[in-house]
Design a protein around this ligand. Structure first.
Ligand SMILES: [Zn+2]
Length: 389
């Protein structure tokens, strides 16, 4: 977006009001939670109805809140409700704490990045410009044409201070010609993706490497310039912080670009995909290299799923447990996990020898039901046979 200084001031004012509402919701939700703990026989609810009522009352009481458009404020409440119920569901499901969505937290002025949501009532497009409720007009630099009338728009600022508008549009599947081929995908550190087709393997791009060194430098700078508790950050600290953010953004963009190009090729060449359902562990002790690899896998997996859906391909996510232990030919499970240093999988049952990651990629296909495991070394039909066999 191109944002005039008038519009910027207006957007920030809207954001301040929405942030205040969000924080009120957090306070209210905590209060109710505490009450329910103390009085299990007199439980209060904190649903959309209660929050809506809270907003109506607050707007009636506070003129400065009323000065803001109501659409983004109502959306703030919706977003809060969604975040809260997601967190509650994860608690109910008894997911391990690491995998749970956290309860919505207070958004601090200095830390939270502005984001405003508008439904159809709150915006319109006219002559390529975006008009928001409350008389805010923004010039859009279109990255691509809208395929249909958008049902909502999110206006947000990133960590570099750039403003963006992201429109929600209903899309239709764009089918691609059938290819008669299927592909198994295994994620890893050295190769971001190892597949059952050598031509579709994706080596890990080392964008992070030089960036990591620079990043470490900025982080040392930030550590040196770290403000004392309760004090405002110095100019130097904020500069280092901005440099680090810029670098992060660059690496993220490069990763996304590589991921999308690869996904496009993979989806074009295959009708069905069996993809390892990788989830990063976010362990505190992981190395920078491991973190970079995880980020690359995350971006690539997302791009692949999105691209597959867009073109109506059959995407099957496969649970990653034991994929390195099973033999893709006879599906016998090895007695012990292969050490990471062991790059070759040798099956003690049927004697097949194959590169470890290629074996895993093939296990994905078998597990997803896209090819049958061959019995007694009988090979499945040639077109489906990975080169690694
Ligand atoms: Zn075997």
């Amino acid at each position: 977006l191109r944002v005039s200084s008038t519009a910027r001031t207006a957007l920030i004012a809207e954001w301040d009001r929405c942030r205040w509402i969000w924080n009120e919701c957090v306070a209210k939700s905590r209060q109710i939670h505490a009450h329910n703990r103390a009085h299990p026989d007199d439980k209060l609810t904190c649903g959309p109805a209660q929050l809506d009522k809270m907003l109506t009352e607050a707007r009636a009481k506070l003129p400065w809140l009323r000065d803001g458009a109501s659409v983004p404020q109502q959306q703030t409440i919706r977003d809060f409700g969604t975040a809260r119920s997601r967190a509650l569901k994860d608690i109910e499901k008894r997911l391990p704490i690491r995998q749970r969505a956290g309860m919505p937290r207070v958004k601090k002025k200095r830390e939270a990045l502005p984001t405003l949501n508008y439904t159809t009532r709150g915006f319109r497009l006219k002559d390529g410009r975006l008009h928001l409720a409350g008389g805010i007009v923004l010039t859009v630099v279109w990255s691509r044409d809208l395929l249909a009338a958008p049902s909502s728009v999110r206006v947000y600022r990133d960590s570099l201070g750039h403003w963006y508008a992201s429109f929600v549009v209903a899309t239709e599947v764009q089918p691609l010609p059938a290819t008669g081929r299927v592909l198994g995908v295994d994620w890893g550190v050295k190769e971001t993706a190892t597949t059952t087709s050598d031509a579709h393997d994706l080596p890990h791009a080392q964008y992070g490497k030089t960036a990591a060194q620079k990043l470490a430098r900025y982080q040392r700078m930030m550590a040196r310039r770290k403000p004392a508790r309760g004090q405002a950050a110095s100019k130097g600290y904020r500069q280092a912080q901005a440099q680090a953010a810029k670098l992060h953004k660059k690496v993220t963009r490069q990763r996304q670009d590589t991921a999308r190009k690869w996904a496009k090729r993979v989806v074009r060449d295959h009708d069905a995909l069996a993809v390892e359902d990788f989830r990063p562990k976010f362990l505190a002790k992981t190395t920078m290299a491991r973190k970079a690899a995880d980020a690359a896998i995350g971006a690539t997996k997302t791009a692949l799923i999105e691209m597959g859906r867009k073109h109506g391909r059959d995407i099957r996510l496969v649970h990653p447990a034991h994929t390195t232990m099973d033999c893709a030919h006879c599906m016998t499970r090895a007695k012990h996990a292969l050490p990471l240093s062991e790059r070759i999988y040798t099956c003690t049952a049927c004697g097949v020898v194959s590169p470890r990651d290629k074996n895993s990629a093939r296990v994905m296909l078998v597990r997803a039901g896209l090819i049958p495991a061959s019995v007694e070394g009988v090979r499945p039909p040639g077109a489906l046979l990975p080169e690694a066999a």
